[in-house]
Design a protein around this ligand. Structure first.
Ligand SMILES: *Cc1c(COP(=O)(O)O)cnc(C)c1O
Length: 357
């Protein structure tokens, strides 16, 4: 069975060797040595500052909204994983959708200002499939209207924009280290923020504690545990291999689909991308369904990331988002992972090409 992704697992012995260090300390959580070491390594590798490792990639979004004190409306994208929208609603704010760019698949910055009202407090945009939003445009709109900017950068491990880690943009950026993501800790994630927000964010992820007996503020428990960090530390040495191997698969798909009539995602200029997903966009939903069925009949399971368009969720106000709904109905992410065998890659390409004739 070939799935859209396959979790990269380091040799089990290497995981156990890191984990044994947690046994030696007797600490399983509460920011033990492994979590702190992972944070330090990631900061150096990514070139970021102010990282807080967390237990998944959704809580950082919720914490960012809460800790920035956001109220009212948050302008956001309908083309993302459900966590982007659900976090806004969960924190008692209202998502206001702005349609997406048809080639970059990120929020259409030219339509953001029209969606801003006196109740707008922030922009929460997703760097979809690791492809950056128009960061400069969003920053200048945010400045002009005095809005906070949060980036759901769940797909962005290792991505740089203009030579700088993508996590360094916006007031807060979040990442997911879920097992299906590029770099993983089983479940896990991180929040990256401007230095002036660090203390508040940190305190919110640890019950609002200010020392053992004092409390700053409300908080929640979003701490990463030691076994999670151990997985991260065991995967970390393989990051360059993971990126190289994924690049090979992406290059093979690109070579196969260039001039095929399939729409491929356009990567924004000045981006060093991370080969995190391989979305292909068909001419219509029927063609997508035909390909999906043909692949599934030989036990190959691509995924409809992201379907449905989030503006159609049952708990949000209904507004049509033409581009997002159209792309959502036509986009399929193809299998992409370390160790995807050549023969399956060829089979996937052949089945798709046949359906395009
Ligand atoms: C995976 C993902 C999340 C949620 O991350 P978890 O670690 O699964 O909680 C949020 N946003 C996007 C865009 C994602 O793909």
């Amino acid at each position: 069975m070939i799935n859209v992704t396959k979790t990269f697992l380091p040799p089990q012995k290497e995981y156990e060797a890191v984990l044994s260090r947690a046994w030696n300390t007797g600490w399983m959580t509460n920011r033990g040595v492994l979590v702190r070491e992972l944070e330090a390594k990631l900061q150096t590798y990514l070139g970021t500052t102010n990282i807080i490792a967390m237990t998944n990639g959704t809580l950082p979004l919720q914490i960012a909204i809460k800790a920035l004190g956001l109220k009212g409306e948050i302008v956001t994208t309908p083309f993302s994983y459900v966590a982007t929208t659900s976090s806004i609603v969960w924190e008692g704010c209202t998502p206001v959708f702005v349609d997406i760019h048809s080639e970059y698949l990120t929020i259409d910055e030219t339509k953001i200002e029209a969606a801003i009202t006196p109740r707008t407090s922030a922009i929460l945009a997703t760097h979809v499939f690791g492809n950056p939003c128009d960061i400069e445009a969003i920053e200048s709109i945010a400045k002009k209207h005095n809005l906070k900017v949060i980036y759901d950068a769940a797909h962005c491990f290792g991505v740089t924009y203009k030579g700088v880690s993508i996590f360094n943009y916006g007031d807060v950026s979040t990442c997911s280290f879920h097992a299906t993501k590029l770099f993983h800790t089983g479940e896990g994630g991180a929040l990256f923020c401007k230095p002036n927000y660090f203390e508040t964010m940190y305190s919110h992820h640890n019950f609002g504690h200010d020392g053992p007996e004092n409390f700053h503020s409300q908080g929640v428990n979003a701490k990463m545990s030691e076994p999670q960090a151990a997985m991260g530390l065991a995967v970390f040495p393989y990051m360059n291999t993971i990126l190289e191997e994924r690049k090979k698969v992406v290059d093979a798909y690109n070579n196969a689909f260039i001039n095929s009539g399939l729409q491929l995602m356009k990567i924004r200029e000045y981006t060093s991308w991370n080969y995190s997903y391989y979305p292909v966009i068909f001419k219509d939903e029927n063609q997508l369904l035909k390909v999906k069925q043909a692949l599934e009949s030989v036990s190959i399971f691509p995924r409809r990331y992201f379907y449905p368009s989030l503006n159609t969720l049952p708990y949000v106000e209904k507004h049509t988002m033409e581009v997002s709904e159209s792309i959502s109905s036509r986009v399929l992410c193809l299998p992409l992972y370390v160790g995807l065998e050549q023969k399956y890659l060829k089979q996937i390409v052949d089945i798709i090409k046949e359906s395009l004739i």
